[in-house]
Design a binder for this molecule. Structure first.
Ligand SMILES: [Zn+2]
Length: 169
């Protein structure tokens, strides 16, 4: 799906949602939605309100951004993601079923896809619950942190070995 098409669909979704819930379709909401649907990576509410005032020259308070993000979430346009203990938001039209590998040492996040996992989750039966999307966080150590850890362990082992050998003398 190209950018303009996903944006058109998002606007339609918002317009349907506000109509059903007797809310207003405001210019402010549309501008915020447009900004979100041009953002590729997960973002914080704070970063989004900053972007709104800087790039779009729109004075939108953080509270308004928060409120609208809540509304967009209920409308199925964005979802919350928890990355490094931070609450971020992302568009629902992308990253469907992404797996995030999070390093618990340096907080680096790598994204990956796995068709088998995707298939299994899509086949999963959820009781009294309609699944609209998912994301999966896998915790561990990235390769460079693992290498550093191994180096440190080796150093420690060598030190112990030296101590033992000195004792023998
Ligand atoms: Zn790391």
């Amino acid at each position: 799906m190209d950018k303009t098409e996903s944006l058109r669909q998002a606007r339609q979704k918002l317009s349907d949602y506000v109509r059903i819930n007797s809310l207003r379709y405001t210019q402010e909401r549309e501008t915020l939605l447009d900004a979100i649907y041009l953002t590729e990576t997960p973002f914080s509410a704070e970063a989004m309100s900053k972007q709104m005032s800087e790039k779009r020259r729109m004075r939108v308070s953080r509270a308004t951004v928060y409120n609208n993000l809540g509304l967009f979430e209920r409308a199925g346009l964005v979802r919350k993601v928890y990355i490094n203990e931070q609450v971020l938001f992302e568009r629902t039209d992308r990253n469907v079923g992404v797996i995030r590998l999070q390093c618990s040492n340096c907080n680096k996040v790598t994204e990956m896809n796995d068709d088998r996992v995707r298939h299994q989750i899509s086949e999963m039966r959820t009781r009294r619950f309609t699944m609209t999307g998912w994301s999966l966080s896998v915790y561990g150590l990235c390769s460079s942190c693992m290498a550093t850890l191994k180096r440190k362990q080796k150093k420690l082992m060598n030190k112990d070995k030296e101590k033992n050998e000195n004792r023998k003398d």
